[in-house]
Write a protein that binds this ligand. Structure first.
Ligand SMILES: Cc1cc2nc3c(=O)[nH]c(=O)nc-3n(C[C@H](O)[C@H](O)[C@H](O)COP(=O)(O)OP(=O)(O)OC[C@H]3O[C@@H](n4cnc5c(N)ncnc54)[C@H](O)[C@@H]3O)c2cc1C
Length: 375
């Protein structure tokens, strides 16, 4: 295989920028086109849990989630070396409410009494819990540092320049943006919830998530992530800090591309959170927002070569998809970047990508629980 020198990426979210960083570090010349300001869509809206062992995740995602999690320390080191910003892990453990219908991948079962020692004021004495060794970070700190790191690394980042189309012409891909026609050896579509606008095969749809932020109650501090299948609470900031917050998330809604925040949804989130941990019932609200997860019918990302159904593009410059990371794109960013870099450079990825293939049958499933409004 001829080694590609110039790679173009559409989408400057965490997935596009992580792919750009790894490819640039491997000696390629990378250009990213971003429709707006980089890392201001789903990646900015996320909670930041690196939830590799969440029992709600599809089973087929577990090996890839663990692979990506093992890459996180070096991903953060590399970002720090380039940008000068250390992105700290904000929490190190999650207490998960057990749902008997879900497979358990890892963790230590806890009684209510044991869980209450880790999470004082915990409600739900009739429930069972699981202690997971799982970290979280602030995605806005990560996004800011990652954006700085890719530019220092030499990636050409063109913001406010949407890609209109990408077409292979022999050994080149012609990328038409609102400002130019750009030529590259290879192209990667990392457009998140908008990926289908460039390639019809990208069966990705927006899955709206609303989030509520409240202050940490002064008399009872949450220091671990607390999560049930309905709601999660993520502590943010130092224990002693009066700016310490709790992020309460998140709805999963099929609401098109609307990012409107709905007071009824926020109060439902707060009620669910208070049923789990009563101190948040009256904690002052600080902020709220909504973001658009890139959702897929089977809850798995779409990562791989875009092939014509008749295989007629084998001799053309390759185009790849890296989208549909739904609820786990922050966790999966370094893993995705490494497997995409392997595919672009003609190497065999460390992880079997068959479950994430763009032409897998499960993508055409008409109805999936992730696409059913949770409210
Ligand atoms: C409320 C909420 C909570 C979440 N919590 C977590 C969590 O705790 N842990 C976790 O791992 N994940 C979480 N996620 C999921 C995670 O945020 C996403 O999976 C991830 O951000 C997807 O990254 P992305 O780069 O694919 O998409 P995005 O960040 O949306 O980036 C896609 C980019 O493509 C750009 N674009 C679109 N069309 C074009 C075009 N034609 N040309 C150029 N650019 C284009 C967009 O402007 C955008 O910047 C959460 C998401 C939400 C909304």
């Amino acid at each position: 295989m001829r080694q590609p020198e110039h790679i173009a990426i559409a989408g400057g979210g965490i997935i596009g920028l992580a792919c750009a960083l790894v490819l640039q570090q491997q000696g390629r010349a990378v250009t990213v086109f971003e429709a707006g300001k980089a890392v201001r869509e789903a990646s900015w809206a996320a909670g930041g849990m690196l939830a590799a062992e969440d029992p709600e995740n599809p089973t087929a995602l577990v090996p890839f989630s663990r692979y990506s999690r093992t890459l996180y320390p070096s991903f953060l080191d590399q970002i720090e070396t380039l940008s000068g910003h250390r992105v700290p892990l904000r929490t190190h453990q999650t207490v998960q409410v057990l749902d008997s219908c879900r497979p358990i991948f890892a963790g230590v079962p806890l009684s209510h009494l044991e869980a209450s020692r880790l999470v004082p004021s915990l409600a739900g004495s009739d429930r069972e819990y699981l202690l997971l060794e799982e970290a979280s970070l602030d995605p806005r700190e990560l996004c800011t540092a990652l954006r700085a790191a890719v530019t220092v690394a030499g990636v050409a980042l063109h913001e406010y320049e949407p890609v209109l189309s990408a077409k292979a012409e022999g050994e080149r891909v012609l990328i038409t943006t609102t400002r130019r026609v750009f030529e590259a050896d290879s192209f990667v579509n990392c457009c998140g919830a908008w990926a289908a606008s460039l390639h019809a095969v990208a069966a990705v749809a927006p899955s709206k998530g609303q989030m509520l932020v409240v202050t940490q109650p002064a008399d009872s501090r949450l220091t671990r992530v607390l999560r049930s299948p309905d709601v999660y609470l993520i502590p943010r900031g130092q224990d002693s800090d009066d700016r310490a917050r709790i992020i309460i998330g998140a709805t999963v809604e099929n609401a098109g591309y609307s990012r409107e925040v709905d007071p009824a949804a926020l109060s439902l989130l707060r009620r669910r959170a208070a049923a789990l941990w009563p101190p948040v019932a009256n904690a002052p609200e600080v902020e709220s927002w909504a973001g658009l997860r890139p959702g897929t019918a089977d809850g798995l990302p779409i990562i791989g070569l875009i092939e014509h159904p008749d295989g007629s593009n084998h001799d053309e410059a390759p185009q790849f998809l890296a989208a549909g990371h739904h609820r786990n794109g922050i966790l999966l960013a370094p893993g995705t970047a490494h497997v995409i870099a392997d595919l672009v450079c003609g190497k065999t990825p460390a992880i079997d990508l068959a479950p994430f293939s763009p032409d897998r049958a499960s993508l055409s499933a008409a109805c999936d629980k992730h696409f059913v409004a949770a409210l």
